[in-house]
Design a binder for this molecule. Structure first.
Ligand code: GEK
Length: 241
């Protein structure tokens, strides 16, 4: 577990765009746990889903692996001869991820790649996890990325896609945004921390609607997809190839 997050506790004047830098990495585990309702459940059950789809000798990917929470959960459920591949563009995230994996070395091999998930050639794999990463990819790149992931998912394999979402209905959008901010206040974040983090993410994180995600997954070649978890404006889908 990281240090307690107080990254946005002091007034910054003009708030720079959010970056996955070494200062954020120090507090990242606490930040995401106190910012995403249901995060611990999604991570634990990503492992359970990975275990169901991945057979001995097969590969599974974690896209945007950060400090390794999903990789550790997946590795605890995968057969010993499986192979895990974690990808991230942040070198400090990958260094912390390697350190966390080395603290709990039991289980299958894990390869970490310093790479852009939108520019990666994927090998055939049984399972892909993308937990809160697609939202940072420019919208115009998302369709072709999901198509390449779908093409690399073996028939019968799956993608777990977790994202912050927006709602087309303005009443629902307001309700879930306010419920999320209330969740953050109850996790100990101040109004200043909530508003500065929101400004920092505004330009670099673009949530889409559940319907947009669903249509993209089906158009890309997944045969079915269903929401298996949702809490306010955060959800996780499982798409089956
Ligand atoms: C978890 N999945 O703990 N290619 C690769 N990685 C990227 C890219 C990209 N183009 N853009 C951003 N990232 C994790 C949490 S965090 C979500 C994922 C959040 C990486 C970025 O460096 C960061 O580590 C991660 O995606 C997003 O379940 O902070 O809200």
């Amino acid at each position: 577990m990281s240090e307690r997050d107080s990254y946005y506790a002091s007034p910054l004047g003009s708030v720079p765009d959010f970056s996955f830098n070494s200062e954020v990495v120090k507090v990242f585990d606490d930040m995401i746990e106190r910012s995403v309702p249901g995060y611990a459940t999604i991570i634990a059950l990503t492992g359970q889903l990975a275990g169901r789809f991945t057979r001995d000798g097969e590969s599974a990917y974690d896209l945007g692996c950060s400090t390794g929470a999903s990789l550790l959960s997946m590795r605890s459920q995968l057969p010993p001869g499986a192979r895990l591949i974690g990808i991230d563009t942040s070198a400090p995230m990958l260094a912390q991820c390697r350190a966390n994996l080395d603290k709990h070395p039991a289980g299958c091999d894990v390869t970490l790649l310093d790479a852009d998930i939108a520019a990666t050639q994927y090998e055939t794999a049984a399972f892909f996890a993308s937990n809160f990463t697609l939202q940072f990819i420019p919208i115009e790149k998302r369709q072709s990325l999901i198509e390449r992931i779908a093409a690399a998912t073996r028939p019968g394999g799956a993608l777990v896609l977790s994202e912050k979402i927006r709602f087309d209905d303005p009443h629902q959008q307001t309700l879930h945004t306010e419920m999320h901010h209330e969740f953050k206040r109850r996790q100990g974040y101040s109004e200043l921390e909530i508003s500065q983090k929101r400004s920092a993410l505004e330009r670099i994180m673009q949530p889409e609607s559940l319907d947009t995600h669903r249509q993209r997954l089906l158009a890309a070649g997944y045969t079915s997809c269903e929401v298996w978890f949702q809490c306010f404006n955060f959800m996780s889908l499982v798409a089956i190839r």
